[in-house]
Design a protein around this ligand. Sequence first.
Ligand SMILES: Cc1cc2nc3c(=O)[nH]c(=O)nc-3n(C[C@H](O)[C@H](O)[C@H](O)COP(=O)(O)OP(=O)(O)OC[C@H]3O[C@@H](n4cnc5c(N)ncnc54)[C@H](O)[C@@H]3O)c2cc1C
Ligand code: SF4
Length: 327
Amino acid sequence: MKRFNHFDARSIEEAVSLLQEGGGPAYVIGGGSDLMGCLKDNLWMEYPERIVNLKTIPGLKDIREEDGALHIGALVTLTELAEAESVKATWPSLSEAARRTGSPLLRNMGTVAGNICQENRCWYYRYPDKIGGRIDCVRKGGKRCLAVPGDHRFHSIFGAVNKCIAVNPSDTAPSFVALNATIKTTKRDIPIDQFFSAEMGAQSTVLDRDEIVTEIIVPKPEAGPTSAFRKIAFRQSIDFALVNCAASLAIVDDTITSARVCLNGVHNNPRRCEATEEALMGKKLTEALAQEAGELAVADAKPLFQNGFKVQMAKTIIADTLMDCIK
Ligand SMILES: Cc1cc2nc3c(=O)[nH]c(=O)nc-3n(C[C@H](O)[C@H](O)[C@H](O)COP(=O)(O)OP(=O)(O)OC[C@H]3O[C@@H](n4cnc5c(N)ncnc54)[C@H](O)[C@@H]3O)c2cc1C
Ligand code: SF4
């Protein structure tokens, strides 16, 4: 790892000014479970000169209900999110997504903001430059994607963004999309549908370099806690998702009055399944409808040579997640 200066910020204002100071790029650090790997393997084109620690700022670790919404501080850990009784009761998909992330150690370290801001896990991109030299793919400023002609078993089944077919690896992101969350930052409130962006070079969100997530706000479900999350991974104990899915439904008198469904691990950004949502509206949820909804979500999939299996997974996980909503 190269040298960098580490600062313990005492307030959000101080953290922002540390990010803005002259003298090269700077990054914030939450739990560090993703960032430290990025630094160690020298992923970025610009190596940071300053790392600004947010954990020394008070007031970013609360989970509270206010004005009919759940407010989750940026530094809330995944363990805290998974175990909060209010989240389990009213936003079960979020609690389950946090519970299924990584291992106990990672959930104790990893923060909710870090989880939605983490970098992709493409193995060419993550290849340590100390072993056999640096692999400069498109996302590292090179001209080509190594995964398209190479090993793309776990990559996008919905095409590329800026020639890159890496997928968003976050487990909590699809739940935040399904629950229509808002990301509060030091500059603005960002609706979750506008938060993720694989267009932005080596980052996964629209955040500016001097912008910090302070809170995630999740509205109360319209008609009871009908949300669910599922994840398919090789190992139950610790693994990134091959495909994961979150769904949130409002059901009144057996009729679906609103639906938000999101897949992740299938495209550069978490993917809202709008055709699925439309097909559910105004109907009673049955096994047959859930399966039809799954089919619709992958109707425009463009799997590559090695990852057609993920299409079947995506179809099935949607049907199963929808049925979990009414269990
Ligand atoms: C072995 C292993 C297994 C993993 N398994 C999973 C998994 O199954 N599912 C999953 O979703 N993830 C997984 N992860 C990824 C990651 O560790 C976790 O998602 C974790 O939640 C990241 O949070 P963190 O606080 O440690 O982030 P950090 O490493 O501190 O930060 C990650 C990124 O977010 C930025 N950031 C952090 N906080 C803020 C903020 N408040 N505002 C703006 N930017 C911010 C940082 O600058 C950095 O770019 C795994 C990681 C490892 C090493
Ligand atoms: S998928 Fe993206 S990150 Fe992976 S090699 Fe291709 S350009 Fe690089």
